[in-house]
Design a protein. Structure first.
Lengths: 285, 118
């Protein structure tokens, strides 16, 4: 392996634009030289920022270094570039397992299986997921390689909205409940949550007014295009991202975060908030 | 290059991406189709009007929320997606896509097309 690393390093030095960095960083990673693998991957990504395999590789290195947040971002980026990227789907499934979200983990593995029906690794991981067990290794790590510790899935605290409702506001317990989450009815009436801008000013009512009717318009647009039910609107702004979804019927949920939060993670935040909103709406229906 | 030829070039950038069913340039102000390359069966004028209306609501809501005007937005649905990049001169560059489209790639081509349109 050392000779191979030397040979690839030499090739990369001669042609820095070469994709050989993928193989080199992977070998370094397997050898446990994570800092070197990290450097090679970052340099490669700087030259090939739209290469999904490079983001996937970097994510695996970060996951090996237990930097799961950034690993999530990199796999999220890989999927944005290539929505059926098997490595990224497996990687995100792995991270979802780690936080105990078996449903999301299985959903990602099912997507991977649809894209690669013959991949035995995916089939095995899916079987484990359905059995409620946690995969042992970082994706891409051979089972015989140094196993990463497999912490038990972290049980996320039940959002307060799922607790006795007389005591709970719709997004109580969720991150950003009072400055970055908003639940509206079809007419734009605020049902829960609040929004603040970067200066800390409350902008809830202004935003709600502009969003009145968006759910119906989104539904009309997708119907006209024959695309079925709309599931979300993701938008990038100059200094922040927003995600809209309809937790039930004509209700509208808005999540706002700054640009540091990747769109993929925003969708996950929205999904969790939508769950809380649905429970709240059912109880207050 | 004439404006029409430039529009055609911009739309070509988008429609050559696999999974894209069509592309349009839409006036953001009044929802009128400026140019289009759509598959048969897509009602361009109606989609353009709704896309422009949604774009206006989103832009205003995002500005009110303090995140600035939208650079790219993506209406996701069970059977596909509508992807939109607004340009500074009031044109919306719109793509209609299949559900398994490479969103990252379409986004890049929409942004390139927006530069061509101006």
């Amino acid at each position: 392996m050392a000779d191979e690393i030397k040979k690839l390093s030499s090739q990369l030095a001669q042609d820095p634009d070469s994709l050989v960095f993928l193989r080199l960083a992977e070998l370094l990673r397997h050898k446990g030289q994570l800092d070197s693998a990290h450097r090679v991957a970052v340099t490669g990504l700087e030259r090939h920022p739209h290469l999904a395999d490079a983001h996937d590789l970097f994510a695996r290195i970060l996951a090996d270094k237990h930097d799961y947040e950034r690993a999530f971002d990199e796999w999220d980026m890989a999927l944005r570039i290539a929505p059926t990227h098997i490595g990224a789907l497996k990687g995100l499934a792995f991270l979802y397992f780690k936080v105990g979200d078996v449903e999301q983990a299985a959903a990602h593995l099912e997507a991977a299986q649809r894209a690669a029906p013959d991949d035995q690794g995916v089939a095995q991981a899916l079987a484990l997921a359905r059995g409620g067990q946690v995969p042992q290794d970082t994706p891409g790590t051979a089972p015989a390689a140094a196993p990463s510790p497999s912490p038990a899935p972290v049980e996320e605290p039940l959002p307060a909205a799922a607790q006795p409702l007389e005591e709970a506001r719709v997004f109580a317990g969720l991150e950003g409940a009072e400055e970055g989450l908003l639940l509206l009815d079809a007419s734009g009436r605020v049902l829960g949550g609040a929004l603040k801008n970067a200066q800390g000013q409350d902008v809830t009512d202004a935003v709600a007014a502009y969003l009145a009717g968006v759910s119906q318009e989104a539904a009309r647009t997708t119907k006209l295009l024959g695309l079925g039910k709309w599931t979300g609107v993701a938008a990038e702004g100059r200094s922040g991202h927003v995600h809209l979804t309809a937790p039930t019927g004509d209700a509208l949920l808005l999540v706002v975060r700054d640009r540091a939060v990747p769109m993929g993670r925003l969708a996950i935040i929205a999904q969790r908030a939508a769950g809380a909103a649905r429970r709240w709406l059912e109880a207050h229906g | 290059m004439t404006a029409t030829a430039g529009y055609g070039q911009a739309l070509d950038l988008i429609t050559r991406v696999g999974g894209v069913r069509g592309a349009m340039l839409v006036s953001a102000e009044d929802g009128i189709v400026v140019a289009e390359q759509l598959m048969e069966g897509i009602k361009g004028s109606a989609v353009a009007a709704l896309a422009a209306s949604l774009a206006t609501r989103l832009r205003r809501a995002m500005e009110a929320a303090g995140v600035g005007a939208s650079l790219f937005w993506h209406l996701q649905a069970e059977g596909g997606a509508l992807l939109v990049v607004p340009t500074p001169n009031g044109i919306l560059v719109v793509a209609v896509a299949e559900p398994d489209v490479n969103v990252g790639l379409v986004r890049l081509e929409l942004l390139r097309a927006a530069e061509v349109v101006g």
